[in-house]
Design a protein around this ligand. Sequence first.
Ligand SMILES: [Zn+2]
Length: 268
Amino acid sequence: MFTFRNLTILFFILLFSLNVIHFIGCRLDWLDGHLCSHVYVYMVILLGLYIGISVGMAFLIGSNFHHPAICDGKTDEMICSLTFDDGPDPVRTAEILTILKREKIPATFFVIGKKLEGNETLIREMDADGHLIGNHSWSHSVWFDFFRGKRIRHELEETGKAVYACIGKTPLLFRPPFGVINPTISKAIDRLSLHAIGWNVRSYDTVQHDAKKTAARVLNKISPGSIILLHDHPANSPELVEEIISGLNGLGYKIVPITQLADINAYA
Ligand SMILES: [Zn+2]
């Protein structure tokens, strides 16, 4: 499998081989003068490729490059899961909970720790209604991916404690902010024994404000076992949720909790 570990091993093998070839080849005049005098250029190109691929793959959560992530359920059943990031929002989340309750549909809410204060009742309501609550970091800072390991762990632990204070359970489901997993975030996930949760259907609901168009795109990409990425703060999110639920019903899909798709525990 193409992982960060395998790429790192390959990088060092190529670097070592280049050095050996250069050392022996140039000493014994096997190589032409160009390669002998430009070997450092090839090393820099190799290093650039290694860094470029590692950084690029950090943005592709479904690649499992830096860390395995659950992005769908391996099933032929017509089932899928709804996930909401970046909440809770006192207005939109409450409206979405009302819709989900009416339709008897379970969802997963990946909450931002610092937003929990003042919204404890919403978190308790989610839990009481049978929804799952996951960790989406404390700050969701744009610099999160550059934080050191200790700070990342602190963010995840503090969010876990904040959720625990509301419902008496510590979330194990973690959705990385921006869907980015780098080696530092990967280590934090392992240290805290979390499950990294991605998606395979992205709604782009924060940039597309026409609920019907967004729902159509989601429904077009749906397949058995899909995990759908939504947000519970945009103004049109309640309308979008209604559209998606009605579309999924029309296609014959049943919406189930992520724990049913992936056979994992949501809480410690
Ligand atoms: Zn987010």
